[in-house]
Write a protein that binds this ligand. Sequence first.
Ligand code: RTP
Ligand code: MG
Length: 152
Amino acid sequence: PSCGSTKLEKTLAIIKPDGLLGNYTERVKETILESGFSILKEKTIQLDEDSVATFYAEHSAKNFFSSLVRYMISGPVLVMVLEKENAISCWRTLMGPTDASKAKITHPYSIRAMCGTNYEKNCVHGSDSPRSAQREISFFFSADAVTPHDEL
Ligand code: RTP
Ligand code: MG
């Protein structure tokens, strides 16, 4: 759906290692708040190979998987639970397309266009569905941050 429905949702956002190393953290958080999201929880952590492999399990058979793991453990990440009406698709829209180099042409005001580099180093992550959001929020945070199953 478009970024305008009325369902209050939570989503998981990550500022990836290139975002933290490139000093984009404050800029990204300002954009998040200016766009009407609440940041309910946040923490900075260093991921390890096993946690990235679990988090991105859907990509374990892809040819870019080992590179993705190396990238995601290359420095700390900032993990956040965002809340807003239609948060899941709104955050995906604000991030822009996966390939940051293409985003610079097609979606120049997206976060990936402004803060990312290429198909891999794209600064931010966002959950892609209510089911993913629930799984990813509970992966990083205690159960009280998660929408109960019957509200999905
Ligand atoms: P994300 O899960 O991080 O929000 O990104 P996404 O949905 O836009 O893209 P996805 O297909 O889920 O890919 C996850 C992350 O893997 C890296 N990637 N590299 N080199 C490549 O071809 C390639 N493809 C994907 C990116 O960091 C992407 O965000
Ligand atoms: Mg994805």
